[in-house]
Design a binder for this molecule. Structure first.
Ligand code: FAD
Length: 303
């Protein structure tokens, strides 16, 4: 019996868990193994299993930047459980677990008299996902407010406290590797400015409602903005691609860098649309757009 089937028998992991419902696209197949460790001991058991019998790892946050293949993920999916969703103020520093939904950190801080995290309000990811991606909006990125993060390497069990410089964060990039699990993060806060902060939250929420296809199946911006003045969305819009579709997925009519999926869409349709739009942009402008969304179990280069 393998280490993984023993863990299944002990109720530590589950097999054949559908991943679609755990992503904002609501698409994709099953995880071969799935676990939601609730505390450091449960996490330690997964680390031991990986050391004894290594398998591919997918760390899952809120699934708001992922497209999972129809074939699912042939490895172990690790999502921080309810024991990793706490927050506390430590002096003027906010300490959040990696599984906390990102929008919550903004309101938690404001309710306690601190501002500075308002940018997080409209990003439907987790703290861990935000650190991994250096998520940001409205001119503020995670790196601007992050002091550091605690990371566990699931392959070695090594636990390290990284200050923000060590995370080497830049536009939608960090040094967090595929097996690095962000278990907590420390955020710098500004004392006061709470009324301004609440106004900013209202402005961000209204702007998103007016300019983005909220309520539909999507994963936010599909492409990173290329260097230069023109955003990826503006380029796609300029080429008249709003509404352009592959299968059940189309370029949003509200925001050209959002690709929205219909009920009958398939993950392959998203891949097809990403490739078709990137090819068209490259042909017509010479600009090479790079995806911001991540594909799981699918290679964008394959047909
Ligand atoms: C409507 C909408 C609007 C959005 N707007 C924005 C925006 O304004 N700005 C922006 O930057 N993004 C935006 N996004 C994209 C997305 O919310 C962010 O990229 C977010 O940071 C992803 O977090 P997640 O927890 O959902 O990560 P997932 O999608 O689950 O995973 C993304 C990556 O992060 C890794 N990861 C997740 N959790 C951890 C962890 N604990 N430790 C280590 N790695 C981890 C995963 O392995 C994967 O590589 C938007 C998405 C949607 C659906």
């Amino acid at each position: 019996m393998t280490v993984w089937s023993k863990l299944e028998n002990r109720g530590r992991i589950r097999t054949g868990v559908p991943l679609g419902p755990m992503t904002t696209y609501k698409l994709g197949g099953k995880a071969r193994w799935y676990t939601e460790p609730d505390d450091p001991d449960a996490l330690g058991i997964i680390v031991e299993a990986l050391a004894a019998e290594p398998v591919p790892i997918l760390i899952l946050g809120q699934g708001s930047n992922l497209v999972v293949a129809e074939s699912g993920f042939d490895g172990v999916v690790v999502k921080l459980g309810s024991g990793f969703r706490n927050m506390e103020l430590d002096g003027g520093v906010l300490v959040t677990d990696g599984g906390v939904p990102l929008p919550r950190i903004a309101r938690f801080a404001l309710d306690r008299g601190y501002s500075g995290l308002e940018f997080a309000v409209g990003i439907p990811g987790s703290v861990g996902g935000a650190v991994h991606q250096n998520a940001g909006c409205f001119g503020v990125e995670t790196v601007d407010r992050l002091l550091g993060a605690e990371v566990v390497d699931l392959l070695t069990g090594e636990r390290r406290q990284c200050d923000v410089e060590a995370l080497d964060m830049s536009y939608r990039h960090s040094a967090i590797g595929d097996s690095d699990l962000v278990v907590s993060a420390r955020w710098s806060l500004t004392s006061g400015n709470v009324d301004e902060g609440r106004t900013t939250i209202r402005q961000i929420t209204r702007w998103r409602r007016d300019h983005q296809p909220g309520g539909s199946y999507n994963a936010g911006s599909v492409f990173k903005n290329p260097p230069g003045e023109e955003s990826a969305g503006a380029i796609i819009d300029r080429l008249g691609l709003k509404g352009f579709a592959v299968g059940g997925v189309s370029v949003s009519r509200k925001h050209a860098n959002f690709f929205v999926a219909s009920e009958d869409a398939r993950p392959e349709d998203i891949k097809g649309l990403v490739k078709a739009v990137a090819d068209r942009v490259a042909q017509e402008t010479g600009i090479k757009l790079e995806p911001e969304i991540e594909f799981v179990g699918m290679d964008l280069r394959e047909h």
